[in-house]
Write a protein that binds this ligand. Structure first.
Ligand code: DX5
Ligand code: ZN
Length: 233
C-alpha cells in the first residue's frame, strides 16, 4: 500500500517545508499534479519547481501530467527527479508512444483514466504500465467530492490484473479522504493519492497513520483480511 499526499493541497508559500511535513508524516510517495491550463482548466507548476524540491526529500516523486502535450515534458520531468510519470488515456493516438518514451527515459510508467472515459480505452495498454490511475474526480482542482460511480472501474482494473496476470498498481486520485478511502481499498486500489485529505490536517502524521490503518485490512487485494487478533482468537 502506498500513501501519496498531493502537493497541490500544500501551502504554496512554503513548499519546501510542506514537503518535509509529508516526509516526516510517513508518506510513501509525493504526488505532483502538473496542470497546463489546456487539458484541464487550471495551471499548477512545472519541472523547474520539481527540480528545486528534489534535493530536500527522499520521497519518491509521482508525477501526474494533466497536459495536452506531455511529449514536451517527459524529459524535463525525468531530469527534475520524477520516479514515475503518468499520462492520460484521453490523449488517443499519442498514448502508446508516450508510454514507450517514459519507459525509455527510465521512469516507471503510469496511465490515467478520467471519470467519463471508458475502461476500454486503457485496456490495450495494461501490459505496458506499472500503474493505472483511476481518477475519482474530474481532474483540474483539489478539494472536490469523490465520484462514487468510479468504484466499478477500480474493480475492473483489479479483475483484469488478476485474469490477465499483470502487476500494475491501482492508484486512486481525487476526493480520497478517511470517508472514501475504504471504498477504494475494498474495490481494489492499493495506491492512494490524497491532497486536502492529508495536507489540510494539522497533524499529518496522525492522518497518514489513520489512512494506513483504514486501508490495511484490504492490503491492496480488495478482500478484507482477518486481523492478527481475529486469527489468534
Ligand atoms: C485533481 C488532482 C488531484 C488532487 C487531489 O485534479 O489530480 O491529485 O490534487 O486533491 P484532493 O485529494 O484534494 O481531491
Ligand atoms: Zn493527481
Amino acid at each position: 500500500m502506498i500513501i501519496a499526499p498531493s502537493l497541490l493541497a500544500a501551502d504554496f508559500g512554503r513548499l519546501q517545508s510542506e514537503v518535509g511535513r509529508a516526509e516526516r508524516a510517513g508518506a510513501d510517495w509525493l504526488h505532483l499534479d502538473i496542470m497546463d491550463g489546456h487539458f484541464v482548466p487550471n495551471i499548477s507548476f512545472g519541472p523547474a519547481l520539481v527540480r528545486a524540491l528534489r534535493p530536500s526529500t527522499k520521497l519518491f516523486f509521482d508525477v501526474h501530467l494533466m497536459c495536452s502535450r506531455p511529449e514536451i515534458l517527459l524529459e524535463p520531468f525525468t531530469k527534475a527527479g520524477a520516479g514515475l510519470i503518468t499520462i492520460h488515456s484521453e490523449l488517443g493516438d499519442k498514448v502508446k508512444p508516450l508510454l514507450w518514451k517514459i519507459r525509455a527515459l527510465g521512469c516507471k510508467v503510469g496511465l490515467a483514466v478520467n471519470p467519463p472515459t471508458s475502461m476500454a480505452q486503457v485496456q490495450p495498454f495494461l501490459g505496458m504500465i506499472d500503474l493505472l490511475l483511476v481518477m475519482t474526480v474530474n481532474p483540474g482542482f483539489g478539494g472536490q467530492s469523490f465520484i462514487h460511480e468510479t468504484l466499478p472501474k477500480i474493480q475492473q482494473a483489479r479483475a483484469w490484473r488478476r485474469e490477465l496476470g499483470f502487476s500494475y498498481q491501482i492508484e486512486v486520485d481525487g476526493g480520497v479522504t478517511f470517508d472514501t478511502v475504504v471504498d477504494c481499498a475494498r474495490a481494489g486500489a492499493d495506491t492512494f493519492v490524497s491532497g486536502t485529505g492529508l495536507f489540510a490536517q494539522p497533524n499529518m502524521k496522525a492522518a497518514v497513520k489513520k489512512m494506513r490503518l483504514l486501508v490495511r485490512p484490504f492490503d491492496g487485494s480488495g478482500t478484507a483480511k482477518p486481523s492478527t487478533k481475529a486469527v489468534a482468537a
